[in-house]
Write a protein that binds this ligand. Structure first.
Ligand code: NI
Length: 135
């Protein structure tokens, strides 16, 4: 029987959304408050969902302790209490929008999880805004 298991994590990161070739005024016109030059933080909420067969012996789709460890290594340690633009290579030349954060996290986690499991990543930037990948 196929089912899902989801691990929820929180990380706090600073970011700024902007195009370097544009002025501050132009950037704020496109990206709003997220373009303010001195950065700001979000409390990001990450949901990682794996879909697969329930193991008849354990009753698990996936060992949640293993999933927790992978997320910690790939996402929490590099992103939590960091500036995504300045402190990570992932967003050195990529706008850290919630859409891009989702894709980056998916690409970090996918190689760590056997291909027999479907992987879905959802990131909330605020309680009202979130993105999911893949679609
Ligand atoms: Ni923002």
């Amino acid at each position: 029987m196929r089912s899902t298991i989801t691990r929820r994590e929180i990380f706090n990161s600073a970011h700024r959304l902007y195009r370097p070739e544009l002025s501050d005024t132009e950037n704020i016109a496109i990206f709003g408050k997220c373009a303010y030059p001195n950065y700001h933080g979000h409390n990001y909420e990450l949901h990682v969902t794996l879909t697969g067969e329930i193991d008849p012996y354990t009753g698990f789709v996936y060992d949640i302790a293993d999933l927790k460890k992978i997320i910690k290594e790939e996402v929490i340690e590099p992103f939590d209490h960091r500036n995504l633009n300045l402190d990570t290579q992932d967003f050195a030349h990529l706008n850290p929008t919630v859409e891009n954060i989702c894709v980056v996290i998916y690409n970090k986690l996918r190689p760590r999880i056997d291909a027999k499991y479907d992987l879905k990543v959802k990131v909330y930037e605020t309680i009202r805004n979130y993105s999911e990948y893949p679609v």
